[in-house]
Design a protein around this ligand. Structure first.
Ligand SMILES: [Zn+2]
Length: 214
């Protein structure tokens, strides 16, 4: 899929996520790997996701975070990458086959709290053996999986650094998402469509986990 088609698909998803109250105000950031695979397009900082347009993206280098160009439809250098671009970079760097990364703030993902300490950075937390796990392509009966939960440091680069450490320590991590505590999930996929499926499954999983805690 070309960059123009991908950007259209992401803008379409942003509208849906805004309506679901997953991206209120400027919350969340969505990205896809560019036709040049060492680069990716990510939503620009400070854009209201309810009226995101195809101009509200920037292209950055995965390895260096260098800003390559401003938007597929607008060459004016007015956009800045999302503050959470470093998290996207950590994931694209680790998974060569990841084509899209979606990050939103859902209600349940903000209510789930595991009291992480800044000194630990991240922790593996058991997830329930629900049918929805099949949406991740995991078909094992009762897989007893654990998800990675990260401490929500004020400095986003510190979260991204912990994510890189986590992937180095857990190269076989089976799930296509992570959670930043009191913040929201970041989900990835081999296509935009797959990332979207993974995000919907993850939002449902967090609703279930939040209900189980009541
Ligand atoms: Zn966020």
């Amino acid at each position: 899929m070309g960059d123009q088609a991908s950007v259209r698909e992401i803008v379409h998803l942003a509208k849906i996520y805004y309506q679901r109250q997953w991206m209120f105000a400027t919350a969340g950031n969505l990205s896809f790997r560019a036709e040049t695979p060492s680069q990716f397009w990510v939503t620009a900082s400070g854009k209201n996701k309810g009226n995101l347009t195809e101009s509200d993206f920037v292209c950055v280098e995965v390895a260096s975070a260098t800003l390559i160009k401003n938007s597929p439809t607008n060459s004016e250098p007015t956009n800045k990458p999302s503050a959470e671009t470093s998290i996207h970079r950590s994931i694209y760097r680790h998974f060569n086959d990841v084509q899209s990364i979606l990050h939103v703030h859902t209600l349940s993902s903000n209510l789930l709290n595991f009291n992480l300490d800044p000194s630990e950075g991240f922790r593996l937390i058991k997830i329930p053996n629900i049918e929805m796990i099949k949406a991740y392509g995991i078909w094992k009966e009762k897989p007893n999986l654990e998800m990675a939960v990260f401490y929500n440091y004020g400095d986003v680069a510190q979260i991204a650094e912990q994510i890189s450490i986590f992937f180095n320590e857990n190269p076989e991590y089976p799930l296509p998402f992570l959670l930043v505590e009191e913040h929201g999930p970041t989900v990835w996929g081999k296509t935009i469509d797959e990332a979207n499926r993974h995000l919907e499954a993850t939002a449902f999983l967090f609703d279930v986990m939040q209900e189980l805690r009541k």
